[in-house]
Design a protein around this ligand. Structure first.
Ligand code: NAP
Length: 248
C-alpha cells in the first residue's frame, strides 16, 4: 500500500527512536522524506539505507535560521513540503520543581516547545505553495496529565504547550487545507524511555494498563494515518496512544 504517495515530509529527530521508525514507515508508504537530527552519522546512515526517496539534513530544531535552510533544501530536492512531523524532543532530568534549574527548564522548553513553533512557522509557507498540508506534533501523555516521578515540570509544560499550539495553528490554517494534530504517546520502547527508566529507577510497567511498552512502529501507524488523506476531516485534535495510562 502507498498511503503516503505524493507526500513530501520533514521528520525531525529521525536519527533514532520513534523518528527513525516514522521515517521507515513513511518511505514504505510511498512518501519522500527529509530526515533531520542533531546526530549526523546515525541520521545519514538511516537515510542512505532508505534510498532515493530519503535524504538527511543535519539540523537543530532550536535554530530558526536552520529551519529555513531545511525547508529550502527539502523543496529543492523533493518539491513543496506537505507533511511535517515535529518529533525531536528531550526528556531532561527528572527533578522536582524546587530543584529544577533555570538552565534545564529553558533547554527542555527550547527543544520541545520552541522547536515546534519554529518548525510550523518555517514549513507553512511551503504547505501554502503545495495547496495542502498535515502537521503532526509529537506531544506526550505528559501533555495530558503529569505522572509522579517521571518527567519534570519543564517536560510537562513543553508538552502541554505543544497541544495548545497545535490547536491554535489548526484553527488559523484550516481554510488553507492545512491540518494540525498532536500525538500523545505513553511509554514507548526507545532510547529515551530506556534512559528515563534508568534514571527514575521505578517500575514503569506497573503504570500501564496493557502491561507493556509500545514498540515505536505502533506509534508510526498513527502518525502515518494523520499524515495521510485518510484523516482528511481531522484537525486540531489530540490523539492518545498510551495503553490506557491516562484513563486511570
Ligand atoms: P529519542 O530516542 O531520544 O530520539 C530523539 C531524537 O531527537 C534523538 O536522535 C535526538 O538526538 C534528537 N534531538 C534531540 N535534541 C534535538 C534537537 N535540538 N534538534 C534535533 N534533534 C534533536 O526519543 P523518542 O523516545 O524517540 O521520542 C521522540 C518524541 O516522542 C519526543 O518528542 C519525545 O518527547 C516524545 N515522547 C516519547 C515517549 C517515549 O516513551 N519514548 C513518550 C511520549 C512522548 P540525540 O540522541 O543526539 O539527543
Amino acid at each position: 500500500m502507498e498511503r503516503l504517495r505524493g507526500k513530501v515530509a520533514i521528520i525531525t529527530g529521525a536519527a533514532r527512536g520513534m523518528g527513525e521508525s516514522h521515517a521507515l514507515e513513511f518511505v514504505a508508504e510511498g512518501a519522500k522524506v527529509i530526515l533531520t537530527d542533531v546526530s549526523e552519522a546515525a541520521g545519514k546512515a538511516i537515510a542512505d539505507q532508505l534510498g532515493k526517496n530519503a535524504c538527511f539534513i543535519k539540523h537543530d530544531v532550536t535554530d530558526a535560521g536552520q529551519w529555513s535552510k531545511v525547508v529550502a533544501e527539502g523543496e529543492r530536492i523533493f518539491g513543496p513540503i506537505n507533511v511535517l512531523v515535529n518529533n525531536a524532543g528531550i526528556l531532561g532530568h527528572t527533578a522536582k520543581t524546587a530543584e529544577l534549574t533555570e538552565t534545564e527548564y529553558l533547554k527542555v522548553c527550547a527543544i520541545n516547545q520552541h522547536g515546534v513553533f519554529f518548525g510550523m512557522r518555517a514549513v507553512i509557507p511551503s504547505m501554502l505553495r503545495a495547496g495542502m498540508g498535515s502537521i503532526v506534533n509529537i506531544s506526550s501523555i505528559a501533555g495530558i496529565v503529569a505522572i509522579y516521578g517521571y518527567p519534570s515540570l519543564a517536560y510537562v509544560a513543553s508538552k502541554f504547550a505543544v497541544r495548545g499550539m497545535t490547536k491554535a495553528t489548526a484553527v488559523e490554517y484550516g481554510k488553507n487545507n492545512i491540518r494540525v494534530n498532536s500525538v500523545h504517546p505513553g511509554f514507548i520502547n526507545t532510547p529515551m524511555m530506556v534512559e528515563a527508566t534508568n534514571e527514575e529507577g521505578g517500575d514503569a510497567l506497573s503504570l500501564i494498563p496493557l502491561g507493556r511498552l509500545a514498540e515505536p512502529k505502533e506509534v508510526s501507524k498513527l502518525v502515518v494515518f494523520l499524515a495521510s488523506d485518510e484523516s482528511s476531516y481531522i484537525t486540531g485534535s489530540e490523539h492518545l496512544i498510551d495503553a490506557g495510562m491516562s484513563a486511570q
